[in-house]
Design a protein around this ligand. Sequence first.
Ligand code: ZN
Length: 315
Amino acid sequence: MARNVVQFQKGLSEPAYEQQYGTEEQCRAMVIASRWPHGFECPACGATRHCVVTTRNLYQCAKCRRQTSPIAGTIFASTHLPLQLWFRAIYHLTQTKQGISSIELGRRLGVTQTTAWKMKHKLKQVMLERDATKRLNGRVEIDDAYLGGERSGGKRGRGAPGKTPFVAAVETTEEGKPVRLKLRRVTSFCATSIAGFAKRSLDPDCFVVSDGLQCFASVADAGCAHQVVKTGSGPKAARTPAFKWVNTALGNIKAAITGTYRAINSKHVPRYLAEFEYRFNRRYDLAAMIPRLAWAAVRTTPMPYRLLKLAEVYA
Ligand SMILES: [Zn+2]
Protein backbone atom coordinates (compact mmCIF):
# COMPACT_ATOMS: atom_id res chain seq x y z
CA MET A 1 0.00 0.00 0.00
CA ALA A 2 1.32 3.43 -0.91
CA ARG A 3 2.46 5.46 2.04
CA ASN A 4 0.74 8.71 2.72
CA VAL A 5 3.33 11.27 1.65
CA VAL A 6 2.18 13.83 4.15
CA GLN A 7 1.98 11.49 7.11
CA PHE A 8 5.40 10.02 6.50
CA GLN A 9 7.08 13.22 5.54
CA LYS A 10 10.21 14.02 7.46
CA GLY A 11 10.14 17.15 9.54
CA LEU A 12 13.25 18.64 11.00
CA SER A 13 14.63 16.27 13.65
CA GLU A 14 15.64 17.74 17.00
CA PRO A 15 19.38 17.19 16.37
CA ALA A 16 19.07 18.79 12.89
CA TYR A 17 17.17 21.66 14.45
CA GLU A 18 19.88 22.17 17.09
CA GLN A 19 22.52 22.22 14.40
CA GLN A 20 20.76 24.91 12.37
CA TYR A 21 19.13 27.08 15.03
CA GLY A 22 20.71 25.98 18.29
CA THR A 23 22.68 29.12 19.12
CA GLU A 24 21.64 32.73 19.68
CA GLU A 25 24.01 33.79 16.85
CA GLN A 26 22.34 31.44 14.37
CA CYS A 27 18.88 32.72 15.28
CA ARG A 28 20.02 36.33 15.11
CA ALA A 29 21.59 35.76 11.67
CA MET A 30 18.28 34.27 10.53
CA VAL A 31 16.31 37.30 11.76
CA ILE A 32 18.77 39.76 10.18
CA ALA A 33 18.65 37.89 6.85
CA SER A 34 14.82 37.97 6.97
CA ARG A 35 14.65 41.64 7.88
CA TRP A 36 17.29 42.90 5.43
CA PRO A 37 17.54 40.26 2.68
CA HIS A 38 19.56 42.70 0.51
CA GLY A 39 21.70 43.97 3.37
CA PHE A 40 21.07 46.62 6.01
CA GLU A 41 18.90 49.59 5.08
CA CYS A 42 18.45 52.43 7.57
CA PRO A 43 14.75 52.78 8.47
CA ALA A 44 15.22 56.55 8.96
CA CYS A 45 17.14 57.63 5.84
CA GLY A 46 17.45 54.53 3.64
CA ALA A 47 21.26 54.57 3.62
CA THR A 48 22.99 51.20 3.49
CA ARG A 49 26.44 52.05 4.87
CA HIS A 50 26.61 51.11 8.52
CA CYS A 51 28.62 49.65 11.33
CA VAL A 52 27.54 47.13 13.94
CA VAL A 53 27.69 47.96 17.65
CA THR A 54 28.45 44.38 18.60
CA THR A 55 28.17 44.85 22.35
CA ARG A 56 24.50 45.82 22.00
CA ASN A 57 23.60 44.06 18.75
CA LEU A 58 22.69 47.33 17.08
CA TYR A 59 23.18 48.55 13.54
CA GLN A 60 24.37 52.14 13.29
CA CYS A 61 23.69 54.10 10.09
CA ALA A 62 26.86 55.76 8.72
CA LYS A 63 24.85 58.67 7.31
CA CYS A 64 22.36 59.73 10.03
CA ARG A 65 23.96 57.82 12.94
CA ARG A 66 20.66 56.30 13.99
CA GLN A 67 20.97 52.96 15.76
CA THR A 68 18.53 50.18 14.85
CA SER A 69 17.97 46.81 16.43
CA PRO A 70 17.15 44.03 13.97
CA ILE A 71 14.26 42.94 16.20
CA ALA A 72 12.83 46.44 16.85
CA GLY A 73 9.12 46.58 16.09
CA THR A 74 8.77 42.80 15.77
CA ILE A 75 7.17 40.20 18.05
CA PHE A 76 10.67 39.16 19.09
CA ALA A 77 11.24 42.50 20.84
CA SER A 78 8.20 42.23 23.06
CA THR A 79 9.34 39.72 25.64
CA HIS A 80 13.06 40.32 26.26
CA LEU A 81 13.61 36.63 25.72
CA PRO A 82 16.55 35.24 23.77
CA LEU A 83 15.81 34.57 20.10
CA GLN A 84 16.85 31.00 20.76
CA LEU A 85 13.67 30.51 22.79
CA TRP A 86 11.52 32.14 20.12
CA PHE A 87 12.94 29.81 17.51
CA ARG A 88 12.29 26.81 19.73
CA ALA A 89 8.70 27.98 20.07
CA ILE A 90 8.51 28.23 16.27
CA TYR A 91 9.93 24.72 16.05
CA HIS A 92 7.29 23.25 18.37
CA LEU A 93 4.45 25.19 16.76
CA THR A 94 5.31 24.22 13.20
CA GLN A 95 6.67 20.68 13.51
CA THR A 96 3.93 19.12 15.65
CA LYS A 97 0.82 18.07 13.82
CA GLN A 98 -1.36 18.37 16.91
CA GLY A 99 -0.18 21.76 18.12
CA ILE A 100 1.20 22.29 21.62
CA SER A 101 -0.48 23.62 24.75
CA SER A 102 1.02 26.64 26.50
CA ILE A 103 1.65 24.52 29.61
CA GLU A 104 3.67 22.03 27.60
CA LEU A 105 5.47 24.76 25.65
CA GLY A 106 6.35 26.55 28.90
CA ARG A 107 7.78 23.34 30.30
CA ARG A 108 9.89 22.71 27.20
CA LEU A 109 11.21 26.26 26.99
CA GLY A 110 11.67 26.72 30.74
CA VAL A 111 9.37 29.75 30.89
CA THR A 112 6.08 30.33 32.70
CA GLN A 113 2.81 29.25 31.14
CA THR A 114 1.81 32.93 30.75
CA THR A 115 4.99 33.69 28.81
CA ALA A 116 4.52 30.59 26.67
CA TRP A 117 0.90 31.61 25.98
CA LYS A 118 2.07 35.06 24.89
CA MET A 119 4.74 33.69 22.56
CA LYS A 120 2.40 31.15 21.08
CA HIS A 121 -0.42 33.58 20.42
CA LYS A 122 1.92 36.17 18.94
CA LEU A 123 3.20 33.52 16.54
CA LYS A 124 -0.32 32.31 15.74
CA GLN A 125 -1.34 35.91 15.03
CA VAL A 126 1.52 36.11 12.51
CA MET A 127 0.21 32.91 10.91
CA LEU A 128 -3.31 34.36 10.80
CA GLU A 129 -2.27 37.62 9.17
CA ARG A 130 0.06 35.87 6.73
CA ASP A 131 -2.77 33.85 5.20
CA ALA A 132 -5.65 36.29 5.70
CA THR A 133 -5.63 37.73 2.20
CA LYS A 134 -4.91 34.56 0.23
CA ARG A 135 -7.97 33.20 -1.57
CA LEU A 136 -8.87 29.72 -2.66
CA ASN A 137 -9.66 29.01 -6.30
CA GLY A 138 -10.89 26.17 -8.49
CA ARG A 139 -12.95 23.38 -6.93
CA VAL A 140 -13.77 24.02 -3.26
CA GLU A 141 -15.47 21.70 -0.75
CA ILE A 142 -17.19 23.71 1.92
CA ASP A 143 -18.83 22.74 5.20
CA ASP A 144 -20.14 24.20 8.43
CA ALA A 145 -18.49 23.17 11.68
CA TYR A 146 -18.38 24.02 15.36
CA LEU A 147 -15.73 23.96 18.01
CA GLY A 148 -16.72 23.01 21.51
CA GLY A 149 -19.40 20.48 20.61
CA GLU A 150 -20.19 17.31 18.71
CA ARG A 151 -22.14 17.24 15.52
CA SER A 152 -22.45 13.48 15.24
CA GLY A 153 -25.76 11.79 15.78
CA GLY A 154 -29.12 12.79 14.42
CA LYS A 155 -28.94 16.38 15.54
CA ARG A 156 -26.09 18.19 13.84
CA GLY A 157 -25.72 20.71 16.59
CA ARG A 158 -26.26 23.70 14.37
CA GLY A 159 -26.89 26.76 16.47
CA ALA A 160 -26.50 24.98 19.80
CA PRO A 161 -25.30 27.26 22.63
CA GLY A 162 -21.65 27.39 23.70
CA LYS A 163 -20.36 26.36 20.30
CA THR A 164 -18.22 28.50 18.04
CA PRO A 165 -19.28 28.29 14.40
CA PHE A 166 -16.67 28.24 11.65
CA VAL A 167 -16.48 27.55 7.94
CA ALA A 168 -14.09 24.92 6.61
CA ALA A 169 -13.22 25.10 2.91
CA VAL A 170 -10.76 22.91 1.03
CA GLU A 171 -9.51 23.72 -2.45
CA THR A 172 -8.89 20.55 -4.43
CA THR A 173 -7.48 19.71 -7.85
CA GLU A 174 -9.90 18.66 -10.62
CA GLU A 175 -9.10 15.07 -9.62
CA GLY A 176 -10.12 15.80 -6.04
CA LYS A 177 -6.68 16.01 -4.37
CA PRO A 178 -6.47 18.57 -1.55
CA VAL A 179 -4.52 21.75 -2.24
CA ARG A 180 -5.25 24.41 0.36
CA LEU A 181 -7.43 24.87 3.39
CA LYS A 182 -9.32 27.87 4.74
CA LEU A 183 -10.84 27.92 8.23
CA ARG A 184 -12.79 30.99 9.29
CA ARG A 185 -14.93 31.68 12.31
CA VAL A 186 -18.28 33.22 11.39
CA THR A 187 -20.84 34.96 13.58
CA SER A 188 -23.46 32.43 12.44
CA PHE A 189 -24.45 30.38 9.42
CA CYS A 190 -26.55 33.04 7.76
CA ALA A 191 -26.50 34.38 4.21
CA THR A 192 -24.71 37.59 5.21
CA SER A 193 -21.77 35.97 6.98
CA ILE A 194 -21.27 33.36 4.24
CA ALA A 195 -21.36 36.05 1.55
CA GLY A 196 -18.73 37.96 3.58
CA PHE A 197 -16.62 34.83 3.95
CA ALA A 198 -16.83 34.08 0.22
CA LYS A 199 -15.83 37.60 -0.80
CA ARG A 200 -12.78 37.54 1.48
CA SER A 201 -11.70 33.95 1.01
CA LEU A 202 -12.81 32.65 -2.40
CA ASP A 203 -11.88 33.74 -5.92
CA PRO A 204 -14.92 34.49 -8.10
CA ASP A 205 -13.89 31.58 -10.37
CA CYS A 206 -14.46 29.04 -7.56
CA PHE A 207 -16.71 26.07 -8.07
CA VAL A 208 -18.12 25.43 -4.61
CA VAL A 209 -19.60 22.11 -3.49
CA SER A 210 -21.73 22.09 -0.34
CA ASP A 211 -24.22 19.78 1.36
CA GLY A 212 -27.03 22.23 0.77
CA LEU A 213 -27.18 24.18 4.03
CA GLN A 214 -29.13 27.16 2.79
CA CYS A 215 -26.63 29.91 3.65
CA PHE A 216 -24.01 28.39 1.31
CA ALA A 217 -26.06 29.58 -1.69
CA SER A 218 -24.66 33.02 -0.80
CA VAL A 219 -21.25 32.12 -2.25
CA ALA A 220 -22.95 33.30 -5.47
CA ASP A 221 -22.68 36.84 -4.06
CA ALA A 222 -18.91 36.53 -4.53
CA GLY A 223 -19.42 35.30 -8.10
CA CYS A 224 -18.76 31.64 -7.31
CA ALA A 225 -20.60 28.73 -8.93
CA HIS A 226 -22.32 26.45 -6.42
CA GLN A 227 -23.38 22.82 -6.49
CA VAL A 228 -25.38 21.06 -3.80
CA VAL A 229 -24.58 17.41 -3.06
CA LYS A 230 -27.12 15.89 -0.67
CA THR A 231 -25.50 13.75 1.99
CA GLY A 232 -28.28 12.80 4.38
CA SER A 233 -27.27 12.79 8.01
CA GLY A 234 -25.33 10.69 10.51
CA PRO A 235 -22.03 8.87 9.99
CA LYS A 236 -22.87 8.06 6.35
CA ALA A 237 -22.77 11.76 5.53
CA ALA A 238 -19.13 11.98 6.58
CA ARG A 239 -18.13 9.42 3.94
CA THR A 240 -19.63 11.23 0.94
CA PRO A 241 -16.75 11.35 -1.60
CA ALA A 242 -17.63 14.92 -2.63
CA PHE A 243 -16.64 16.06 0.86
CA LYS A 244 -13.77 13.68 1.52
CA TRP A 245 -11.15 16.35 2.19
CA VAL A 246 -13.22 18.84 4.10
CA ASN A 247 -14.36 15.98 6.33
CA THR A 248 -10.80 14.69 6.77
CA ALA A 249 -9.55 18.16 7.69
CA LEU A 250 -12.38 18.68 10.16
CA GLY A 251 -11.72 15.30 11.77
CA ASN A 252 -8.05 16.18 12.19
CA ILE A 253 -8.77 19.61 13.61
CA LYS A 254 -11.16 18.24 16.19
CA ALA A 255 -8.79 15.44 17.18
CA ALA A 256 -5.90 17.91 17.51
CA ILE A 257 -7.86 20.43 19.51
CA THR A 258 -9.54 18.01 21.89
CA GLY A 259 -6.26 16.07 22.30
CA THR A 260 -4.07 19.07 23.01
CA TYR A 261 -6.26 21.66 24.67
CA ARG A 262 -8.75 21.29 27.48
CA ALA A 263 -10.80 24.23 26.34
CA ILE A 264 -10.48 27.03 23.85
CA ASN A 265 -11.84 30.44 24.60
CA SER A 266 -14.20 31.32 21.78
CA LYS A 267 -12.56 34.70 21.22
CA HIS A 268 -9.24 32.98 20.45
CA VAL A 269 -10.71 30.40 18.08
CA PRO A 270 -9.57 32.25 14.91
CA ARG A 271 -5.94 31.93 15.99
CA TYR A 272 -6.24 28.20 16.73
CA LEU A 273 -7.84 27.72 13.32
CA ALA A 274 -5.13 29.85 11.70
CA GLU A 275 -2.41 27.68 13.22
CA PHE A 276 -3.99 24.53 11.83
CA GLU A 277 -4.58 26.11 8.44
CA TYR A 278 -1.01 27.44 8.28
CA ARG A 279 0.49 24.02 8.93
CA PHE A 280 -1.88 22.25 6.54
CA ASN A 281 -1.10 24.66 3.71
CA ARG A 282 2.64 24.11 4.11
CA ARG A 283 2.53 20.41 4.89
CA TYR A 284 4.81 19.37 2.02
CA ASP A 285 7.77 21.25 3.42
CA LEU A 286 7.75 21.04 7.19
CA ALA A 287 11.38 22.10 7.69
CA ALA A 288 10.92 25.26 5.58
CA MET A 289 8.14 26.43 7.91
CA ILE A 290 10.74 27.59 10.45
CA PRO A 291 12.53 30.19 8.28
CA ARG A 292 9.23 31.10 6.59
CA LEU A 293 7.48 31.86 9.86
CA ALA A 294 10.51 33.81 11.12
CA TRP A 295 10.46 35.78 7.85
CA ALA A 296 6.74 36.54 8.26
CA ALA A 297 7.24 37.44 11.93
CA VAL A 298 9.71 40.25 11.21
CA ARG A 299 7.21 41.67 8.69
CA THR A 300 4.08 41.58 10.83
CA THR A 301 3.31 44.48 13.14
CA PRO A 302 2.92 42.84 16.54
CA MET A 303 -0.43 42.88 18.24
CA PRO A 304 0.02 44.13 21.83
CA TYR A 305 -0.56 41.51 24.53
CA ARG A 306 -3.52 43.49 25.89
CA LEU A 307 -5.27 43.27 22.51
CA LEU A 308 -4.15 39.71 21.95
CA LYS A 309 -6.07 38.74 25.08
CA LEU A 310 -9.17 40.62 24.01
CA ALA A 311 -9.04 40.07 20.29
CA GLU A 312 -12.28 39.28 18.59
CA VAL A 313 -10.92 38.59 15.15
CA TYR A 314 -13.33 37.71 12.38
CA ALA A 315 -10.71 37.78 9.64
ZN1 ZN B 1 20.22 56.60 8.44
